[in-house]
Design a protein around this ligand. Structure first.
Ligand code: MSP
Length: 631
């Protein structure tokens, strides 16, 4: 009876992560270097900036083809409601939001699901400590998460709360099916039990001295009946699935870690707690003295809030159907009889959303065993075919002074405070630009301020401000589209020509490749490099001198048009990360005003040269990114 996974939720930490593209980093510092180098190239040679970027892109891109699915379904982990959110939670949701916004920008239909994990021991204990019933406690904390996502412009399509009836029905339906199929059984376990960690301990948990360490707190010998899921029965399947799909987990070093862990897998998974010990959970449908504990509850959110019906394919997969709700009957026997798999028999709504390209974003602590083992095996056990297994994107941690930020360690950074101080775009920019997807980062407020001042205030904000000012000063707010071939040969002309001739296209490819690789921090190099190059163009061309010379009228118009058009493209490119600023730029350009404030205003396909018409009148400049003065 030893060797079971009795841990419920055990967090597994790994060493510091590194980027999944060797030799590449997503830090703003490095982006800055790339962009600054490009700027220097622009100043010295005025051409070739995008050639540099292209080479950079070609040497780094993994050549992943972008998923082609009906709806792009993206999820995040659901956060525990035992304490308010910190910036680790904020990072994950912003990362998912940025990827979701990018896919909408590309024209894809997107379904973005996030939410909160409201059951379990930790929540029950925190509620007891606060002296309020758990239901009341989670309601209050849930509101904090909802409030944060609103403030941070995290725009999800569906919100998961695990205490909802909709979710409970699906969890119970799945448990019942697995119980009926003999995949869940009751057994007695006897052994040493950690009261603090709420789990049975095995010999693996003993230290070199043969004793259980102080981290387990008080230990007692306990005998307890519980329900178990036949996890290890699916070990060979999981190994073969991982061997057949190389991008099941991203970055790929995490897939290797997962495979190694699966190889060591033994024993079954304890999925219950007697109500006498814990009652803040979903009751087992086949035994009212127990609640589910706890991954079957949490993980199921990914399908329960996407329209999954646990009874839809019961006949097809050879399991006894369970009539738990009216909607399950609507599929009818005929439909069930022709179903070839769990997936084929699911409601249209679910099938439209779920695919092998479903992207599940999680932190590295919940890959093994929760998502990489329990979740994939659960899906397999309920009949999901291999070609409908989701893809797991595993991110690193935000640390503080080298240690993982967490409430229990008492080292959290409050995102509300940062937003109030610097604004939501500033925090979004920092969270995305400072960390390469998959790696860890150390939170430093000074870096947030420095990155903001350099990239946003001094580079993009300054470009927007000076461009609009000059258009008003020299041309009463009107831009003119000039045929470049009519201009005399000059350094400035060749800069303008190179951009519209091919460098923009290379920039587009770079940008798309980085997003296809889930590397928004690198994708941001495209708008940043463009803004740096434009600022360099202002210095080289000195529009204030051109304005004094009648002979240079056309060149001045060409430069001003170039700057305004570049700003329009920069706004499109930054819109997934900096939605407020992107709208600000479009507003000031007086562009697509009928869609002001709406996401549809931005389209990736519009990021091509020449959309602003000849004679367009731009708006007045308003500071987009006021410099943060360091006291
Ligand atoms: N409730 C579970 C997840 C269930 S998913 C079906 C849980 N909750 S959590 O609140 O502890 O963490 C939620 C997410 O936030 C996880 O993906 C976790 O990795 C992430 N983060 C929590 N702290 C973090 C940092 N310090 N840095 C980055 N992300 C981290 O686990």
């Amino acid at each position: 009876m030893v060797g079971r996974f009795t841990t419920g939720r055990k967090k597994t930490a790994f060493g510091k992560g590194c980027g999944f593209l060797k030799g590449e980093s997503g830090s703003s510092a490095q982006n800055y270097v790339v962009a600054t180098a490009l700027c220097a190239v622009a100043v010295v040679r005025t051409t070739g900036a995008w050639l540099q970027l292209r080479l950079h892109a070609a040497s780094c891109a993994r050549n992943i083809s972008e998923p082609m699915s009906k709806t792009f379904f993206i999820t995040t982990a659901i956060d525990y409601t035992n304490s308010p959110p910190h910036i680790g939670h904020a990072y994950e949701k912003v990362l998912a939001d940025v990827i979701a916004r990018y896919r909408r920008l590309k024209g894809d239909k997107v379904f973005f699901l996030t939410g909160v994990d409201q059951h379990g021991q930790k929540v029950q204990q925190s509620a007891a400590k606060a002296g309020v019933p758990p239901a009341e406690f989670v309601k209050e904390i849930t509101q904090k998460f909802v409030g944060l996502w609103k403030k941070l412009d995290v725009q999800y399509d569906e919100w998961a709360e695990t205490t909802s009836d909709r979710h409970k029905k699906v969890v119970q339906g799945i448990l019942q099916r697995l119980f009926d199929a003999g995949q869940i059984y009751k057994d007695k376990q006897a052994g040493y039990y950690s009261i603090r960690q709420e789990q049975f301990l095995t010999d693996k948990e003993r230290g070199p001295d043969g004793e259980f360490g102080p981290e387990w707190g008080q230990i007692e010998f306990r005998e307890e009946e519980n329900y178990y899921f036949k996890l290890s029965q699916h070990k060979e399947w999981l190994l073969s699935y991982l061997d057949n799909r190389r991008d099941a987990v991203i970055p790929d070093f995490r897939q290797i870690e997962l495979r190694n862990a699966v190889q060591k897998l033994f024993g079954d998974l304890c999925i219950s707690r007697p109500k006498s010990r814990l009652d803040w959970g979903i009751e087992l449908p086949f035994d009212k003295d127990f609640v589910n504990y706890v991954w079957f509850d949490a993980l199921t959110n990914y399908i329960s809030f996407a329209g999954y019906d646990p009874n839809a394919s019961a006949v097809a997969t050879g399991l006894r159907p369970v009539e738990t709700d009216a909607s399950s009957k609507s599929l009818g026997t005929a439909h069930r009889a022709v179903a070839t798999s769990e997936f084929d028999a699911q409601p249209q709504e679910f099938r439209d959303r779920w695919s092998k390209d479903t992207l599940q974003i999680i932190g590295k602590d919940i890959l093994i065993p929760a998502h990489g083992i329990y979740w994939l095996i659960m899906l397999h056990a309920i009949g999901f075919p291999d070609d409908q297994m989701p893809q797991l994107l595993v991110h690193g941690w935000w640390n503080l002074g080298g240690a993982k930020m967490s409430k229990s360690a008492g080292n959290i950074i409050d995102p509300f405070v940062l937003i109030d101080k610097y604004g939501s775009d500033a925090l979004r920019y920092y969270l995305i630009s400072e960390i390469a997807t998959g790696s860890d980062a150390d939170f430093r407020e000074g870096f947030l301020v420095a990155g903001y001042n350099h990239a946003l205030a001094n580079t993009m904000g300054n470009l927007a401000n000076r461009t609009l000012n000059m258009i008003h000063r020299f041309r009463h707010g009107t831009i003119k589209s000039i045929d470049l071939t009519a201009l005399a040969e000059s350094e400035v002309r060749s800069h303008l020509q190179a951009w519209s001739d091919g460098e923009l296209k290379a920039g587009q490819t770079f940008y798309r490749d980085k997003f296809a690789d889930f590397r928004p921090s690198n994708a941001l190099s495209a708008p940043l490099a463009r803004a740096l190059a434009c600022n360099a163009l202002v210095e080289i061309s000195a529009p204030w001198n051109l304005a004094k010379d009648k002979q240079q009228e056309k060149l001045l118009d060409a430069v001003l048009y170039h700057l305004a058009e570049s700003l329009r493209i920069i706004a499109i490119w930054i819109s997934p990360v900096l939605p407020k600023a992107a709208h600000g730029i479009f507003d000031q350009l007086n562009w697509k005003m009928e869609l002001s404030g709406k996401d549809e205003r931005f389209k990736l396909d519009d990021a091509q040269w020449g959309d602003l018409p000849d004679g367009h009148v731009v708006g007045k400049p308003v500071p987009l990114f006021p410099r943060i003065e360091i006291a």
